[in-house]
Design a protein around this ligand. Structure first.
Ligand code: CUA
Length: 168
């Protein structure tokens, strides 16, 4: 079979790209252990309190180890529920010591919301019936804004909370 010179170049390039691509994915998946960002975790949206992570006393920031935290949030129109303080007032901000590893786990009772901490790599869609989680290291001190970036109704643009990453 005769192949034209350009055809050969093109085939070599095509097959080469394919091998390179599969190698990169293969190293990522099998050697580095990368997985798709969202493992499938479901929840009853009518009864999120039944899930351990979203029980009243577990909402908001929880210390689970040296420099390790879990932040559990229930999003609803038009608020992020971070639990209550000792006096029973709703907590309005998340305060995290710089350098902490934080697992954010979020769900919603009503409609689709967003969960984006502007200026960081935390950016999730929050869907009723699912638990969305993301682990990250908060390594830059500063004041961030947690915002909803999915249109969820008339109060959508008021749906925001302060995130403070502070030097202890
Ligand atoms: Cu919640 Cu937009």
């Amino acid at each position: 079979m005769h192949l034209h010179k350009y055809e050969k170049i093109w085939l070599t390039f095509g097959i080469g790209s394919l091998i390179l691509f599969l190698t990169v994915i293969g190293i990522g998946a099998f050697y580095k252990g990368s997985q798709p960002p969202s493992h499938l975790a479901t929840i009853d949206p009518q009864n999120v309190e039944a899930h351990e992570a979203f029980r009243e006393e577990n909402l908001g920031l929880r210390k689970v180890g040296d420099n390790e935290y879990i932040v559990s949030v229930v999003a609803s129109a038009f608020n992020y529920d971070l639990g209550k303080d000792e006096e029973g007032n709703a907590i309005r901000e998340i305060r995290i010591p710089v350098g902490s590893t934080v697992l954010f786990q979020v769900t919603t009772k009503d409609v689709i919301h967003g969960f984006e901490i502007a200026g960081t790599n935390v950016n999730m869609m929050v869907e009723p019936g699912y638990i969305n989680s993301l682990e990250t290291v908060m390594d830059k001190p500063g004041t961030y804004t947690l915002i909803c970036n999915e249109y969820c109704g008339s109060g959508h643009h008021f749906m925001a909370t302060k995130v403070e990453v502070f030097e202890p």
